[in-house]
Write a new protein. Structure first.
Length: 184
């Protein structure tokens, strides 16, 4: 059975993107825990870099992933832009676009696109520690822009958050074993 380590981006003193008083780190943690619950309910061994509001450096998270022996590393974030309304959609980042991680990223993007996100594609970001320093396939997924008021409003709806968690978990399940998702 594969093991996935889920990373809720940012945390503690690192708020990530902020918009209208909301902090990315909180959204990331809620979504990561929801995805983890779904994966675990479907037989995947799930580990987390954090389950509370603490800060660990990206390098420490990569080291934790490596030490865990996990097969895959998925880091969940929200995107932002310096200018509101400039961009919308989801984007996945990988170390190398011709890798197992890119296949997982493709599944994630496709499933989140089906939920209603614009698909901004898969981009290589070899300078990110959680992608560069992990020994297993790693994906950093940006689940929407907090700086787009329309997308941001959707991201705050509990029903929409559940759809995002379901879509992301199903994408990981399909990439890992072609499995179908069971009850949450």
């Amino acid at each position: 059975m594969p093991t996935v380590i889920l990373d809720a981006g940012h945390g503690g003193s690192d708020f990530g993107a902020t918009y209208q008083g909301r902090q990315e780190k909180d959204d990331n943690l809620a979504l990561t825990l929801a995805v983890g619950d779904i994966l675990a309910a479907n037989g995947i061994d799930v580990l987390f870099t954090r389950t509370t509001d603490i800060y660990e450096s990206p390098i420490a998270k990569a080291q934790e992933g490596n030490a865990s022996g996990a097969d895959y590393f998925i880091s969940i974030h929200r995107n932002s832009s310096p200018i509101p309304n400039q961009y919308t959609g989801i984007e996945s980042l990988v170390y190398n676009r011709y890798s197992t991680a890119a296949n997982i990223a493709h599944n994630i993007n496709r499933n989140l696109e089906a939920v209603g996100f614009a698909n901004q594609g898969i981009n290589e970001r070899p300078n990110l520690a959680v992608l560069r320093r992990t020994s297993m396939p790693a994906v950093l997924v940006e689940t929407g822009f907090v700086t787009d008021p329309e997308e941001y409003a959707l991201l705050q709806q509990e029903e929409y958050q559940e759809k995002i968690a379901q879509a992301a978990a199903l994408a990981v399940l399909n990439a890992l074993n072609g499995g179908t998702i069971h009850g949450t």
